[in-house]
Ligand binder design. Structure first.
Ligand code: ADP
Length: 237
């Protein structure tokens, strides 16, 4: 049957490691062209959920649908080619390559590689550093370069794993503004994992709160922050 609710629909998804139920009968969806945050305490299943959505891990049961297509069990490259891109927590850039070379290592579906390189380097506002080595960039700039590499795949949905981790406060706002432009200027959907609710509240339309591998609630950040269960179990207020 068709049950197409969001750009991503996770349905009854479970995955355990040994006796540890990392993701436990999780059902959640992400609306098209939203910026959705996924938050939860350490060990609540955020990274496992990400890896299940992007094909790095296989679920024990349940499924993942992308635009209504069941992508459960697909290989990561096939999921990426379908339009679902991701970044990694440790921005994966090649230190000893220039920024331009870093982007050229990505197999873009774009016919014109030069144009794609220009487009995404300027989108993340790193064109001035085009011929510099990536290893010389700051941590925050490397996150931006990692995002640009993912954008070379021209994904409709981009998943970001803790993009603000270890980034100095000045660049946090730049990265947040960039994600907002991805939605408004490029029509992309953004799903961002963070363990700090404060960091992503102003950026996100909605927050999914994970606790013990399942969704505690999903709502606007202002509502989530006032929720008693979140305040008790997560914020420790
Ligand atoms: P989060 O990203 O929210 O911190 P994770 O998805 O990393 O949570 O982890 C959820 C639970 O699954 C934790 O208890 C963690 O120890 C366990 N877990 C995650 N990955 C593995 C793994 N590869 N092997 C064993 N246990 C794991």
């Amino acid at each position: 049957h068709t049950r197409h609710m969001g750009i991503i629909d996770v349905v009854d998804l479970s995955r355990s490691f040994g006796g540890q139920q990392a993701v436990d009968d999780l059902t959640m969806s992400v609306d098209s062209e939203s910026i959705t945050g996924m938050i939860g305490p350490n060990g609540s299943g955020k990274t496992t959920t990400f890896n299940l959505i992007t094909g790095l891990l296989q679920p024990d049961s349940g499924r993942v649908e992308f635009r209504g297509t069941d992508i459960t069990g697909w290989k990561p490259y096939r999921i990426a080619n379908e339009g679902l891109g991701r970044t990694f927590q440790q921005a994966r850039v090649f230190d000893e390559m220039t920024l331009e070379e870093n982007l050229r290592t990505v197999e873009t579906p774009d016919d014109d590689v030069d144009e794609a390189v220009d487009r995404w380097l300027s989108f993340v506002e790193l064109d001035d550093h085009r011929h510099h080595y990536a290893g010389n960039l700051s941590g925050g700039q490397q996150v931006l370069l990692g995002i640009a590499r993912t954008l070379m795949l021209d994904p409709d949905l981009i998943l970001l794993d803790e993009p603000f981790a270890g980034v100095n406060p000045g660049l946090v706002d730049d990265i947040a503004a960039l994600l907002e432009r991805l939605r408004t200027e490029e029509g992309k959907t953004v799903l961002v994992v963070d363990h700090e609710i404060d960091e992503i509240s102003s950026l996100c339309d909605e927050l999914v709160v994970l606790v013990d591998g399942h969704q505690l609630l999903k709502d606007e950040p202002s509502v989530v922050r006032e929720d008693d269960r979140v305040r008790e179990s997560y914020l420790g207020l």
